[in-house]
Ligand binder design. Structure first.
Ligand SMILES: [Zn+2]
Length: 231
């Protein structure tokens, strides 16, 4: 501790440090995943206020952004005779076919209205290779390419992340599981997520899978109260 710091300023620094949580990963809070969007997640818009409410408590806020070329192979429209919801193989892995969504440079790919994007310290795009999808914010589904998020967290020495966004049963789950596999402590902010639920119960099953893997599930209220209590 430098000798010219007063006890008061040292104390203030300590409180700030204690309050600061590690990195928040905001997954795919984009127009096409909101009600009215091309691949609307029911009540997806309700996650925006949760994301905004918790951001202040994090040292860093990074975002993932689904960012597809128009010719992306996950779009049913690009697979002759196929409809959204059907399952094919793409890039050597099982692929659910989706409506055209989050095409690069279109309004549907933009972040949700009202989301405090100015708080994002980094944005990692995914799904840019037309030949393979990317649910995880870390790797393409064939795990051959990385988005850079893992390297970023490694470079800054991160050990703990919290995850929220859309959708629980696809990109949130894949991102949280990959973060856990990379050795990070992972907390899912459950009220900051909503599920697609192609099959009823997919959201609950995804949460159970994350819990079983060792991911902690918290509400935003619990997370905020936990740190307030420690001041
Ligand atoms: Zn996508």
């Amino acid at each position: 501790m430098p000798g010219n710091l007063s006890a008061g300023s040292a104390g203030a620094a300590r409180v700030a440090y204690d309050l600061a949580m590690p990195t928040l990963i905001v997954v795919d809070l984009q127009n096409d995943f909101l009600p009215g969007g091309a691949l609307a997640v029911p009540h997806g818009d309700e996650t925006v206020a949760v994301a905004n409410a918790v951001m202040d408590r994090f040292t860093r806020v990074v975002a993932t952004q689904d960012w597809h070329p128009r010719a992306h192979g996950s779009f049913a429209a690009n697979q002759s005779g196929r409809a959204p919801g059907e399952v094919i193989e793409l890039g050597g892995v099982v692929q659910v076919l989706w409506p055209v969504h989050c095409v690069q440079g279109t309004p549907g790919a933009e972040f949700a209205p009202g989301l405090q994007v100015e708080r994002f310290t980094r944005v990692f795009v995914k799904g840019t290779d037309p030949g393979v999808d990317s649910y995880s914010g870390f790797f393409d589904n064939d795990r051959r390419s990385a988005t850079g998020l893992g390297d970023h967290l490694l470079e800054i020495g991160e050990t703990e992340v919290a995850v929220l966004g859309l959708a629980t049963d696809y990109c949130v789950k894949a991102t949280a599981l990959d973060a856990h596999r990379l050795g990070l402590r992972v907390r899912l902010i459950v009220d900051g997520c909503r599920a697609v639920e192609l099959q009823p119960g997919d959201g609950e099953r995804a949460i159970a899978e994350m819990l079983a893997a060792g991911i902690e599930v918290v509400t935003s209220a619990e997370l905020l109260a936990e740190r307030s209590a420690s001041v």
